[in-house]
Ligand binder design. Structure first.
Ligand code: EPZ
Length: 422
């Protein structure tokens, strides 16, 4: 298992280009199951979850090329025939987003056998809302031996109100509704840009969808979807992570090829913390002076609120603010695994239920730490970049799931970071 070795204290300067969004590419790949015609995706990030999803689709009988994703981010998928409408546990356990194949398989083949994803470090991650919505569309489920066995005699449109806002739940039900007979009204839907990007893709395949970007989606089912070409949106979480890397190191960083509209809540929060982030045509520039960092309380929210996927990174930054910051994680029940690791580096943080209290400013010192989940790993990298001395981060495979060439991009703007075999 690889580790990162970081020598902190270098202000990052220069320009970083953001890759395609993992959380937009995963549902887009699942959407290939909805048509027998080729789906050509571009700007697909080369991260582990994408390879896992490609393997899973190929297991089902989907043709995929190139065999090994190239730097150009091109991926061609064709589900001319689905031979195995199933997502086995050995694949699902490494990537819970495999559950995104459930809705498309039901819509296309009338059946599916998908392993329950199980929990992960940040929470139980149930899929009850996915199943309830698909049941409303006419699917029947039995759950046994850790698998969801699904079937339908034909999906029919329905009025569905989600009990909670769920990103992949919205995506699963939206994809199934596209091929259901009649109209579906999906209320309390997620509004994340990745959901909107999926709606755009489905429309370009011939789906009839209205209301994307709002919390009510209206779908008129069609009998068939055709192939198309679609460019994946930039990864707003990767972009925000790099913006915070510039901020925490007191550097001057341009983060390019990102859509500032998707970063509105993050940029507003950084301004409250005393940072200036200038928006540009296709990106933004952060110029930071650490002495100006102010504590600014945060509560994570569904989009367009501050994203939970940036909470750990923001916490690392607030260790450098003069004063106390209260951070409330309202989406996941266990998303403070980065706290003990940050404390090992000198941070003063206490956790009370869903709230973490950060008492800054505490100088950070390099230490040996362990990554626990994708975004907590990013938080530890940020802390290591700001710390005095050397930080080693074990289990960086968590990071490889969602960041393409992370250490290379940081090295190119001055970070002293390298990957080593642990
Ligand atoms: C998506 O996960 C993202 N993953 C997550 O990113 C992200 O953190 C999350 O949305 C929130 O923005 C992908 O898009 C592949 P949810 P998802 O369903 O869809 C509860 C990363 O770092 N819930 O919106 O699984 C759930 O427990 C990952 O890239 C139910 O109770 O998240 C949570 O508390 C981590 N029942 C809340 O809803 C359900 O059926 C929001 O979860 C579904 C969800």
């Amino acid at each position: 298992m690889d580790r990162f070795v970081i020598e902190g204290g270098v202000p990052l300067r220069g320009r970083i280009t953001v890759s395609g969004a993992k959380n937009a590419a995963l549902p887009a790949m699942a959407a290939a199951l909805l048509s027998s015609e080729p789906l050509h995706l571009t700007n697909v990030p080369r991260v582990r979850d994408i390879f896992t999803m490609k393997d899973l689709l190929q297991h089902m009988g989907v043709a995929a090329e190139p065999a090994d994703l190239q730097p150009d981010g091109e991926l061609k998928l064709c589900a001319e025939r689905i031979v195995r409408p199933e997502a086995p546990y050995r694949m699902v356990r490494t990537m819970r987003a495999s559950v995104l194949t459930l809705g498309p398989l039901l819509a296309r083949t009338g059946e599916a056998r998908v392993s329950l994803p199980g929990g992960c470090a940040i929470g139980a991650r149930p899929i009850d809302i996915h199943l309830k919505g698909l049941e409303k569309l006419g699917a029947q489920f039995t759950v046994e031996h850790g698998y969801v066995n699904a079937q339908t005699k034909g999906l029919r449109g329905a009025r569905i109100r989600l009990d909670k806002i769920t990103v992949t739940g919205t995506e699963n039900i939206l994809m199934a509704a596209c091929l259901a007979e009649g109209e579906t009204l999906l209320e309390n839907a997620a509004r994340e840009p990745e959901v909107t990007d999926l709606a755009r893709l489905l429309r370009s395949m011939g789906a009839q969808i209205e209301g994307d970007g709002t919390s009510t989606l209206r779908v008129r089912g069609v009998t068939k979807l055709h192939g198309t070409t679609h460019r994946i949106i930039p990864d707003r979480i990767e972009a925000a992570t790099f913006i915070l890397a510039g901020a925490i190191t007191g550097g001057e960083l341009e983060v390019s090829n990102c859509d500032c509209e998707h970063l509105h809540a993050v940029l507003r929060q950084l301004e409250a913390a005393g940072l200036t982030v200038t928006k540009k045509e296709r990106g933004c520039v952060v110029v930071a002076r650490p002495e100006r960092l102010r504590p600014a309380d945060l509560t994570t929210k569904e989009y367009p609120g501050f994203p939970t996927d940036m909470q750990a990174q923001y916490m690392a930054l607030m260790t450098q603010a003069e004063g106390t910051t209260r951070i409330t994680e309202s989406i996941f029940e266990n998303r403070f695994l980065h706290v003990p690791e940050l404390v090992r580096m000198g941070a003063a943080i206490t956790v009370e239920g869903r709230q973490a209290v950060v008492r800054g400013r505490t100088p950070l010192s390099g230490a040996g730490v362990i990554a626990s989940d994708l975004r907590a790993s990013a938080s530890l990298v940020l802390a290591g970049l700001a710390a005095e001395g050397e930080t080693t981060i074990d289990r960086v495979y968590h990071l490889d799931r969602g960041y393409e060439g992370f250490e290379g991009k940081l090295r190119a703007v001055g970070a002293r970071i390298r990957r080593a075999a642990a």
